[in-house]
Design a binder for this molecule. Structure first.
Ligand code: 5GP
Length: 120
């Protein structure tokens, strides 16, 4: 089972405005901002505004509107950043074995160069 949501995780603080971020896009359902330690020329994180640790509780507990908002938010960011034609990569690290470091659901968007094969 997914661990309880920790209100002191770093993305919760970003959502509350307690830690600055370089916002790329924001609406009622999502916040997108630049990763502080970019692993590609463009490295953006997209998070739902709701308190979800991982894909598991998000997919089980979020409303249809929240889920649609998150999926559409990721697509919106990629389109607005001009990533569609050259291409991009989505990644979600989930749980211990997935090496998730921040316990608030997030999708990484990598782009800006040919990314090569996915590394495991
Ligand atoms: P995870 O391993 O949980 O999928 O990735 C967490 C990501 O959050 C990492 O890529 C890391 O660089 C990023 N990160 C951690 N702390 C901060 C922060 O305070 N601000 C921003 N913008 N990104 C952060």
């Amino acid at each position: 089972p997914t661990e309880p949501y920790d209100d002191e995780n770093i993305f919760a603080k970003i959502l509350r405005g307690e830690i600055p971020n370089k916002t790329v896009y924001e609406d009622d359902h999502v916040l997108a901002f630049h990763d502080i330690n970019p692993q590609a020329p463009h490295h953006i994180l997209v998070i739902p505004k709701g308190k979800y640790v991982s894909w598991d509780d998000f997919s089980a507990k979020a409303s249809e509107v929240e889920i649609a908002g998150f999926v559409r938010g990721v697509g919106h960011v990629a389109r607005e950043a001009g990533m569609v034609e050259p291409g991009y990569r989505l990644l979600a690290n989930i749980g211990h074995d997935g090496h998730q470091e921040v316990p608030h659901l997030h999708v990484h968007i990598f782009a800006g160069k040919p990314l090569g094969p996915m590394l495991m």
